[in-house]
Design a protein around this ligand. Structure first.
Ligand SMILES: Cc1cc2nc3c(=O)[nH]c(=O)nc-3n(C[C@H](O)[C@H](O)[C@H](O)COP(=O)(O)OP(=O)(O)OC[C@H]3O[C@@H](n4cnc5c(N)ncnc54)[C@H](O)[C@@H]3O)c2cc1C
Length: 559
């Protein structure tokens, strides 16, 4: 990514064919799609990339078994095909995980679930509806084209316990095993942005759009405030795309709220908590956990921790700074405590976070769990296009839908290419050479997070051995990653690094009460960004407030 200074120069006062407002996964996708079809593109993000909902998901790239219950078949099929594609395009970053639905001795087999899983298997493959000849032809062209996980199956007690040791106290009889995929939502967003830049898109964070400018009665550019200088800057554009997720109706509210036929955004908060794997070992598989009233939550292995979530409640609070509510944390802990026969409390949590879903309300007063996860694209009277709703998994389709509309209204010939654009470049941990002091775990994590670009991190660690040390003792994230974040990923604050470039804020929150890691991050950022000693000190001191605002330290700052 260009440095912020260079990006400001490339954007301010210039003209683009497309300006995208919002640097979450949807905006990143639109930037990549439009740039790869030949549009000149600028993307502006108010805070940090993925700072909104795109850093606060359950980190699953999935069809959503739950939506089968609602017979939302189109949505599930669409998401499953995207899941298949994401594993192909970003094999280092999107990986299959076995999911278990265990059964216990006193329970009857859930036959309905078996039928649902059969449907899930069938819908998960591109083989459906294709003739044998077609299949042979594309198989020859590319063996991997048909990647899809194995079909679901029933596994016996021993295999259940091997996969999820935490189930031992419950003495499971057997379990259904099926597959879904996991990722790191922020790294996925940054990777898509990186690809967009390769196609010429220019992006800037710390750039809040405050006004959509009009040219001849049409949306024809934006004014934005650049966070570093506080200066108001402008750019002109032929097309304005509003990809601000749950904030979409704040952009030109006279259109996005007041015009008829525009769908309403109905925010829903989802809370997650994380525990040490020693306290609840999901091993290498995820587990579906009943949570009362027919609801279910997940316990997922993620970055060596167990991630538990999520709640799904209508939310009327501060959508700019959603935090895990005490009652939601209690609800999640009660469910896992009962299911695994453990007694976890808030003191056992290593992190927590909450996000707000941009659900689309249909007007009827259903609870948010029932409101559609479908994406909505709408064009308002100024010609501005707003794309919101949807899922992390379906970002590519949402982007395609948006840019297809641009292409159609301009009468261009510009087909979408994103189904063929690799997202980053794969690297296996074995391909990477570790400098002294960097262990296996760090190599694995670097290969997952950066793919081929992990070599850049390792080269830095080799050049300057101090950078080969972990940011938090005992965790594999390296100080060299802070330098990369500042140099190549427009990181500007300690929170950018601890919450998003790395995920330490969610994985090691109690250790971050110690000021040491924040100071080390601030010093490394300052070294890259030319900060004075006072600025470094100020940056480190800002961390506790940022951590409290996000509510990541469950024992310290629950609302
Ligand atoms: C709890 C929870 C769990 C979820 N789990 C999953 C899951 O496992 N799998 C899945 O597929 N989906 C999941 N989702 C859904 C998924 O996370 C979202 O659909 C997706 O991240 C939305 O991305 P977005 O880019 O549209 O919005 P956002 O990520 O919110 O991006 C919008 C961006 O616009 C910026 N912005 C706002 N106003 C301005 C302005 N004026 N100027 C410039 N920028 C601005 C914001 O700062 C923000 O970064 C989950 C959602 C939640 C809440």
């Amino acid at each position: 990514m260009l440095s912020r200074a260079t990006a400001i120069e490339a954007i301010a006062g210039r003209h683009f064919e497309v300006v995208v407002i919002g640097g979450g996964i949807t905006g990143a996708g639109v930037a990549l799609d439009a740039a790869s079809r030949g549009y000149s593109v600028a993307l502006l993000e108010r805070g940090d990339y993925a700072e909104g909902t795109s850093s606060r998901s359950s980190k699953m790239v999935h069809g959503g078994l739950r939506y089968l219950q609602n017979l939302d078949l189109g949505l599930v099929r669409e998401a499953l095909l995207e899941r298949q594609l994401m594993v192909q395009l970003a094999p280092h970053l999107v990986y299959p995980t076995p999911f278990l639905v265990p059964a216990f001795p006193d329970e009857r087999r859930q036959r309905g679930l078996g039928i649902g899983l059969n449907m899930y298997d069938v819908m998960a493959t591109t083989r459906v509806g294709r003739s044998r000849r077609e299949m042979r032809a594309s198989k020859e062209a590319d063996e991997d084209y048909y990647w899809s996980p194995d079909r679901h199956r029933t596994i016996d007690r021993d295999e259940v316990l091997q996969l999820v040791p935490a189930l031992a106290p419950r003495d499971p009889k057997n379990a259904y095993l099926f597959y879904d995929c996991q990722t790191d939502d922020v790294r996925l967003t940054l990777t898509v942005l990186g690809e967009a830049e390769r196609f010429g898109a220019v992006m800037l964070n710390g750039a809040e759009v405050t006004e959509v400018l009009e040219r001849e009665g049409r949306a024809g550019g934006v004014a934005f405030v650049e966070a570093g200088s506080g200066e108001r800057l402008e750019l002109t554009a032929d097309n304005v795309i509003n990809a601000t997720g749950v904030f979409a109706d704040r952009i030109r509210p006279e259109e996005t709220i007041e015009e008829e036929d525009v769908p309403r955004i109905s925010p829903s908060r989802g809370t997650h908590v994380l525990v040490d794997r020693e306290k609840l070992s999901t091993g290498s598989a995820a587990c579906i956990v009943p949570a009362g009233e027919g609801r279910a939550i997940f316990a997922l292995p993620w970055y060596g921790r167990t991630l538990i979530g999520t709640t799904d409640n209508d939310f009327e609070g501060d959508i700019d700074h959603p935090r895990p509510a005490g009652e939601d944390v209690a609800y999640l802990l009660d469910a896992v405590n009962e299911f695994f026969d453990v007694s976890l409390g808030t003191g056992d949590l290593v992190g927590a976070y909450a996000g707000v879903r941009p659900l689309i309300a249909t007007g009827d007063p259903k609870k948010s769990v029932d409101i559609s996860r479908k994406a909505e694209l709408y064009e308002t009277s100024s010609g501005m296009l707003t794309i919101t709703g949807g899922k992390l998994t379906t970002w590519r389709r949402m982007a395609k839908q948006t840019v297809d509309r641009l292409v159609e209204r301009e009468g261009r010939e510009a087909p979408c290419h994103t189904a063929e654009i690799p997202l980053g470049m794969e690297a296996r941990p074995d391909d990477l050479e570790a400098p002294d002091g960097v262990g296996e775990e760090a190599l694995e994590q670097l290969a997952f997070r950066y793919g081929h670009a992990a070599r850049k991190v390792l080269a830095l660690a080799r050049e300057e051995p101090k950078l080969a040390t972990p940011i938090v003792p005992g965790r594999p994230d390296l100080l060299a990653e802070v330098v990369i974040a500042a140099r190549h990923e427009q990181a500007r604050t300690v929170a950018d690094v601890l919450l998003r470039r790395t995920r330490l804020g969610l994985l090691a929150a109690p250790q971050l009460r110690d000021p040491g890691p924040a100071r080390a991050v601030a010093a490394a950022l300052g070294g890259e960004l030319g900060w004075s000693r006072r600025e470094v000190k100020r940056a480190a001191e800002a961390w506790p407030a940022a951590a409290a605002e996000a509510g990541i330290d469950p024992a310290g700052s629950l609302v």
